[in-house]
Write a protein of this length. Sequence first.
Length: 292
Amino acid sequence: MKPPYPSPTASWHNDKYPTIDPSHPNLSQNGKTVVVTGAGSGVGRATALAFAVAGAERLILIGRTSSTLQETQGMLKEGAPHVDCMVCPASVTDEVKVKDIARDIGPWDVLVLNAGYISSPSTIVNDSVQSWWNNYEVNVKSVVVAAQAFIPNAKPDASLFAVTAGAAVLPPAYTPYLSGYLSSKVAQVKLVEFLAAEHPEIFVCAVHPGMIETDIFKVSGADPTQLPMDTVDLPACFMLWLSQPKAKFLHGKAVWANWDVEELQARAEEIRTSQMMTFGFEGWPFSPVSGS
């Protein structure tokens, strides 16, 4: 379909397509250990299932609620009985617990940081400080906690993905009352850029999953009937493709799962060598003022 938003690719996807389908032989995850946070529902659950179908050997499911993680585990056993699945109930902001999990897991290939939080829509003045700040606790602090716990055990050529929010690029007038959530997602993307600069030995990328009716989407107050909605399989399968060596030109970038991967590849050198798909001060470096 034609992109409903500005896009670096002419093709726009709302669902998985053959190039990123888990059954594609080029996307094989055979022998890989994959860690997914927020794996009890939505994008996290779909991502775990996609990597399992693609042949991952081990899947580690992290999330706050044991019962929903066990539901995901049951789906994995049914759809991909070969997978060694480990359920790890934990808060992603708990440094001690996350480090314990990372130690128990050992070397890993793919880390998907999908756990997120959104406070109820409110103006900054009318929100409670704690409610507002919880966006940063989960969406930013958890990335730092995970990076410190897991990166030391990353296998060569490992991939780390942080699931972010495309709405973070929009002017506040388009997304009022979501300052805590969206500003935390801007910080998250910059954090990904720093991790990419500090760890060139692994592949690091921020991923906007699309418009999906998850719990976070419902809290935001957005109306799904007024938006171009996407399936939960789209980001799951997009990250499957991202884990392949061919996607490394996107190291340190913020990307949208809707973008066509073949068209992105066609622009690989341009993207890799520019500031495209990064967050910065628009217009910098500034052109001299006329007459100065």
